[in-house]
Every structure is written in C-alpha cells, then in structure tokens.
Design a protein around this ligand. Sequence first.
Ligand SMILES: [Mg+2]
Length: 190
Amino acid sequence: MWEQVLVLDFDGVIVKLNVEWPKVYNKVSELAGYPVTDLITFWKNTFGTELYYKANKIIEEYEMMALSKSSIYADVYEALKIFNGTTYLASMQSQKVLESFLEENGLKSYFKEVLGRERFGVKRRQLEYIIEREKGKRIYFIDDLQRNLDDCSDLDIKCILIKRWEGESLLQKIKEIFEIRKTSAFLGLL
Ligand SMILES: [Mg+2]
C-alpha cells in the first residue's frame, strides 16, 4: 500500500481570493517598467532578482487586504479532515498570506508544510521539492488552473483539475481519488 500525499493549490481550491488584480498589475507594471499582464510568467522570469522581491512585497499587501474579503469554500474543513495522509499547500501567493489565512481559519495543523512563492518562483519547483521529500509515496496535486497542471504533467505525480467555477467540490474529489466511503456523520463520531 502506497502512502498518499495530497498537494493543494490555494486560490481557487481552498478560497476564492478577492484580490484587486487590475491595481496589482498596474503597480507591478510600474515597478517593472514594462507592462506585466501575466504574473505566473513574471514570477518565473524574475525569480531571485530584486524586482521579484519588491513586487512580492507590493502584491503581498493587496493579498493581505483581500483575505478579509475572501471566503473559504464550505467543504474545505471536511475535505481535509477526511483525507488520511500527508497534505501540503503549494501556492504562488506569499508565505505570509498563506500562513495568516491558515492561522485565522484554524487549518494550520492539517498541513505538513506550506509552500509560498518566495522560495520557489514557479509551481513546478514546489512539486519537485515535495517529490524529493516524499520519495516512494504517491502524490496527488489538485489545482484550478490547467496551465499549472500542464507544466507538471511530466512529473511523477497525479495532476487533477478542480473546476470550482462549475461548482465542483473538493470534498467529493478527495472522496473519489482516495475511494473514501465513510460518511461525514460516521467521521464525526470518530
Ligand atoms: Mg489557483
């Protein structure tokens, strides 16, 4: 029996982060001196530079402001509770934002490690880090962006798209992936 590892993206999987993106893109473009229209590419191309860390700080402020206006998806607690394995959070949001959110929502203890953008720059590097740490285990990665899944499709992990915008449930996905048949009521009695 394989030990199972679950890797969750943050925005669009755990919470719908209500960031004022037009303002963020304006600020970053101003700082960079050229129009930035795609943050994933921006982080990838500037990783490790002064510009990366300056932009990180600016965006972090907008992300922190967004936290209070953003709501956690209703099935997250139950989904985390029902999964019997190791869970990581891998996000291109800032570490501070991720830690603050988990702390405020009482979710920190569910995660073995929280991986923010500062140390990694790209999602793929986060997954490579987890693969290295969890050798011999089966890893499942859930993200709401097909592009992130495509970037990691050649890694030895199972990539799963969640379409929250179509009403897909994280709890249901986890039950299906790990073939969990226990009912929520039963789980509550344990
Ligand atoms: Mg996302």
